[in-house]
Design a protein around this ligand. Structure first.
Ligand code: NAD
Length: 287
């Protein structure tokens, strides 16, 4: 079997076009616009790329976007004060903290301070808790993007063997809960699974495999179950190339569908961020 590509861009374009129409109608009803503020602390090349892209997509969709940059030596108190101000400001409908932040800042504490009703990334414990309860409209963008990719395949997740490799709070854990909501039989693997040497055993059973680790070539192509759907979230720079965590060529021989890296999950995340912003706006204005 040679896998077909599961690409993010066409799905992102579809979501964008639906959002554009929805936002125009919501603005008329609410008499104001959704507004996302991004907080960046210090200079960081990778977060500068994200910010530029967020601004572009927001403007394309009709969402106001404002970037506030704090100096690299900003204190925890400075950041908390800014969050408190944005929480209070009625014109600001959504807030995102750009990661990574300098060492002096505790990102979890800051994210925990963002009002749940303005939490654009769905990373506040309240919003993560809603995912646990299976009652959520917003969520961490990468995990939501993976679910969008899976949904686009039309494959029913009910009862399927799903394996998530990586258990971070931003990707693996929320994703596992989202898969459980769809009644996939979900296994979560992590560093200890790898160290015990049993990663292959879990991968070999997976009809749906999602890998979010950050180690190129961690998942061997020969482990992939025939016909599996493989979503590779990993982003790794190897020489002048960006690759995922799965041995792509070898995995594609066995899988039915596989995401390219880049071009799989990545193109969807900013669009999902904007969809979160819209959902928060609708919730706040009871639209
Ligand atoms: P993280 O470092 O927070 O978590 C890594 C996870 O991998 C942990 O659960 C860890 O236990 C597990 N792990 C480490 N070594 C392992 C091994 N040998 N075997 C099994 N599990 C192992 O990373 P993260 O923030 O969740 O990101 C994971 C990857 O996804 C990174 O490459 C990151 O760049 C990428 N990422 C991509 C997007 C996107 O938009 N495509 C978004 C977020 C993250």
């Amino acid at each position: 079997m040679t896998a077909a590509l599961l690409e993010g861009k066409p799905i992102a374009e579809k979501i964008k076009s639906a959002l554009k129409n929805e936002i125009a109608a919501l603005k008329t009803k609410a008499g104001c616009s959704p507004m996302l503020v991004a907080i960046q602390i210090g200079d960081n090349a990778s977060s500068a790329v994200y910010v530029k892209n967020q601004k572009k997509v927001a403007e394309e969709l009709g969402i106001e976007y404002e970037l506030t940059t704090l100096p690299a030596d900003a204190s925890q108190a400075d950041v908390e004060k800014l969050i408190a101000e944005f929480n209070e400001d009625d014109a600001v409908t959504a807030i995102i903290l750009q990661l990574p932040v300098p060492k002096a800042i505790d990102p979890k504490k800051v994210i925990g301070m963002i009002a749940p009703s303005k939490d654009a990334e769905g990373m506040n414990p309240w919003n993560l808790g809603k995912i646990l309860c299976g009652n959520y409209k917003i969520g961490p963008c990468t995990a939501m993007a993976v679910m969008e990719l899976l949904e686009s395949t039309g494959v029913k997740l009910y009862g399927k063997e799903a394996c998530v490799i990586g258990h971070s709070e931003i990707v693996g854990k929320p994703l596992a809960l989202m898969l459980l909501k769809k009644f996939a039989t979900t296994t979560v693997c992590h560093i200890a699974t790898g160290e015990r040497g049993v990663l292959a055993d879990h991968v070999e059973r997976a009809e749906i495999l999602i890998v979010a680790v950050g180690k190129p070539g961690l998942i061997k192509g020969e482990w992939i179950k025939d016909g599996a759907i493989v979503v590779d979230v990993g982003i790794n720079r190897v020489g002048d190339k960006i690759v995922g965590d799965v041995e792509f060529d070898a995995a594609a021989i066995r899988a039915s569908l596989i995401t390219p890296v880049p071009g799989g999950v990545g193109p969807l995340t900013t669009v999902i961020l904007m969809r979160n912003v819209v959902e928060l706006f609708k919730e706040s204005f009871k639209l």
